[in-house]
Structures are given as C-alpha cells and as structure tokens.
Design a protein around this ligand. Structure first.
Ligand code: PHE
Length: 453
C-alpha cells in the first residue's frame, strides 16, 4: 500500500486549511450579507458565532480526521464500526460535491470577469452598460459553461498532483498573495472620494437591523466560510501529522478567515458607497456593482482602475480555487481509500460528475431558468440544500459525535497530543464544553427556529 501523504509543516497545514476557508464566501457572500443585516452589528454577531459555535465544529472535524488519518467515510467506520454513523461519512462525501457543482459556476464567472478586466472592458464611457454585462453573460449558454469548465479543470489539475505537490504547494503561494492583493484593493477602495461613508458603515453598529434572521444568517455564513459540516476540514486534518497542534491550527484558520472576510468588506463596501449604491444589492454586488465602479472611477485614473479590476477578479479566482480543491479532495480521498481507485482515475471521475451537475446549475441562469426544484432554480436549490441543510446537519452531527459518541479521554488525547501540549490541556475543559453542549444545542435551536419560521 502506498504511504499516505502528510502536509509538510505547520505553515502548510494552516495555509491549506485557510485556503479551503478563504473563498467566494469571504469576498462574494460576506459583504452582501453584512450589507443586508446592518453592517458592524452583524459583524459582531458573526465574530461571536465563529469562535463560540464554528470553531468547536472545526475542532470536532479535525479531531476525527487526525485521529483516524482517513477520509470522512473511513474515519466514521474506524471510530464507530458497524453503526449508522457511516451515513454521516457518506453524506459528507456527497455534500462537498453538490457545493462544488454550483461553486464552479461562480468560479467560472470570476474567470470570465478576469478576462473582461484584462480585455479592458470596464471603461468610463460604458459604465452604465457594464452593470448589465453580468445579467447578459450569466444568462447566456456557452461562455459561462466554458468558463466553468476551465475552473473545474484547474481544480482537478491541482488535486491530481496530490496533497503535497498540488494542494499544499498551491495554498502556500496563494494565501499570502491573496492577503497582499486584498489589502491593496482595500486601500484603493478606501481612498475613493465618498468612501468614508462605507467605512463608517462597517465600523458603526446598527443594532435595529439585527432581526432573528440575522443570527441564522451569521451562523450559516460562518459554516460556509469555514468550510464546515461537509467533511473538508476532516479530510484535510487526516493529512496532518500526529505532532501538530490542532487547536492552534484550527484557531489560526478561523482567525485568518475572519481577517480576510473583514478585509474583503473594506475592499467592497467603501467602493460601493463611493459609487452611491445601496449596500444590500445581493449576490450581484461583486459582478455588477464592482465592474461599474471600476468603469466609473476609470475616468480620472484609467490605469490604476484597470489594474485594480484585474487584481480584484484575480483575487476572487485564486481564492475560489483554493477552496474548490478542498471540496474535490474529499471525494478523491473516498475513491482512493474506499474504492481503491488511483488518484488519477478518482480525479477524472469527480471532474465528470461535478461537470454534469455544474452544467445544469449554470444553465439555470438561462435556458433552464424555468426548471424549478421546490420553487428554486437548480443553482439556488443546490445552494439552499447545501448551506441551509447539509452543512448544518453535518456540523451538528460532527459535534455530537465528538462530544457524545467518542470517548472523552480519546478526544483529550487527540487535542493535546497525548498530554504533550500543556496549553491545550488547560483549555480542554472549555473546548470540550463548547463541543459537547454549547455548539450542538445552539445550532439545533437556530436550525429548528429557522425551519419553523
Ligand atoms: N469556505 C469556502 C468559501 O468561503 C467554501 C467552502 C464550503 C469550501 C464548503 C469547502 C467546503 O468560499
């Protein structure tokens, strides 16, 4: 049997996990959700959610993954052989593939808009038509499909090279680069005339907009952003060596992800205000509003505006890729370990499956827009299914598994590396309490209230 791969260093572990976490969720979703629920007040709730509810889930997944050194299905079978927990293993092999299918559509859009930026299509004299560009593009048939295919192909290519030569190498370069890029874009955005209003929006809380919905949205967003409940963190953790400090890498990942989301907020919102647009303009924010802003701002400083637009869509594309590879890796680990496929075959099989579902998701913006599943287009159905149900159920079950099914001594052993990490030992009672009680009870409550509401 071939030796299982491991991430080469602590930096590699954090970069890969942060790579999975930092993605479209941070740049594309976070700013518009913040816009919808009242700026700084929502960010506050979001931060609390991240550390009190999502971090315990992340730790639950890493504990299971690192303990067994197996993918989701194998891990569940190893820790609870012959029980119904294997269904959680199977569910979490499937759910990242559903996410990957519609995620690739948006990944494809980022690629397309990077090409548009490179072709200098966002010009001051066509600022108004730039806003319409996205609608026309996404509802057309061929270009979005081609771009999605390119995105999926790049994903498969990185995954094909394996954990060290593919995932680790890509994340180690992309994550630092992403941070540099987002800081440059945020500086540009904050120096635009009229941007002050946007900055104020992000730092001055408006508690009146914190409806009960906002809490569910914060929780859902933090699961999505930290890639939780779908086995990605579990699978990555299965490549972590026994002597790594998983409490530290989990907390580090959550911290970097949050930092990046906030920086993305500062990159997007001030520009939105500078252009005089209301912040809650939905998912189109990044693909409609931002190109409009680049075009409009180009009037005075064409070169700077063109460069920033290229950097912006490059950032989205790279961030999306570092996440999509983690989704595909879950399925690859399953096919390689459980079905004894070669990595090469596993990657091709998953590429083809996601391509088929991805094509349907992409066409649901155009020719298939009338096909409705429970009242949703195919794309929205996959998104809702994954982020409202699969992620929450997965997250809940992972914490229940670690808190209630696994032996407490084993959990402590894993978190403290057999008692060697003293600081983790001291924090263990708090972490265990969060995993066993706080996370499952709160998540279940928010989930049920959401279902009833
Ligand atoms: N965390 C990623 C993002 O923010 C999305 C993701 C979800 C990645 C689930 C892996 C698994 O874009």
């Amino acid at each position: 049997m071939t030796q299982r791969e491991h991430f080469g260093s602590r930096a590699a572990v954090i970069m890969a996990m942060a790579g999975s976490a930092i993605g479209l969720g941070n740049i594309w979703r976070f700013p518009f959700i913040v816009g919808e629920y009242g700026g700084a007040a929502f960010i506050l709730v979001y931060i609390i959610c991240c550390f009190l509810l999502s971090l315990p889930i992340m730790l639950s997944e890493t504990i299971i993954g690192r303990r067994t050194h197996q993918g989701t299905f194998g891990a569940m079978n190893a820790l609870a052989p012959g029980t119904a927990w294997k269904w959680l293993g199977l569910l979490t092999v499937l759910s990242p593939l559903i996410i990957l299918s519609y995620y690739s559509v948006v990944g494809g859009w980022s690629f397309a808009f990077l090409c548009k930026a490179l072709a200098l299509q966002f010009q001051p004299d066509n600022a108004e038509s730039v806003t319409a560009m996205f609608g026309t593009f996404s509802s057309s048939t061929w270009w979005p499909l081609v771009c999605m295919m390119v995105f999926l192909f790049l994903t498969a290519l990185i995954v094909y090279f394996g954990v060290n030569k593919g995932i680790e190498r890509f994340s180690k370069v992309s994550i630092p680069v992403l941070f540099v890029l987002i800081v440059i874009i945020a500086i540009y955005s904050m120096t635009l005339p009229g941007a002050g209003e946007g900055v104020r929006y992000l730092v001055k809380p408006d508690f009146s907009k914190l409806t009960p919905d906002a809490y569910a949205a914060a929780l859902g967003q933090s699961f999505f952003s930290l890639s939780l409940g779908v086995g990605t963190m579990l699978t990555y953790a299965s490549y972590v060596r026994k002597d790594e400090n998983i409490l530290l890498s989990g907390t580090g990942t959550a911290f970097f992800d949050l930092l990046f989301a906030i920086l993305a907020g500062f990159a997007v919102m001030p520009a939105v205000f500078a252009a005089g647009i209301t912040p809650s303009s939905g998912p189109g924010l990044v693909f409609e509003t931002l190109p409009f802003i680049f075009a409009k701002m180009g009037a005075g400083a064409q070169v700077i505006s063109a460069v920033v637009s290229i950097l912006f869509f490059l950032t989205i594309l790279v961030a999306a890729l570092s996440s999509s590879i983690s989704m595909m890796e879950v399925g690859v680990a399953y096919l390689v370990e459980e079905k004894k496929q070669s990595r090469h075959n596993a990657t091709i099989i998953l590429f083809l499956i996601t391509l088929v579902v991805g094509i349907l998701c992409s066409l649901s913006f155009g020719v298939l827009s009338d096909v409705k599943l429970l009242g949703n287009t195919i794309f929205n159905f996959c998104d809702r299914l994954a982020s409202n149900f699969l992620m929450t159920i997965g997250a809940l079950l992972f914490s229940v598994f670690v808190g209630w099914k696994m032996d407490k001594a084993a959990v402590k052993d894993e978190l403290t590396n057999g008692g060697k990490i003293k600081s983790s030992g001291k924090l263990f009672p708090i972490v265990y309490f969060l995993i066993k009680y706080v996370a499952p009870v709160t998540i279940a409550a928010i989930f049920i209230i959401g279902l009833l509401g």
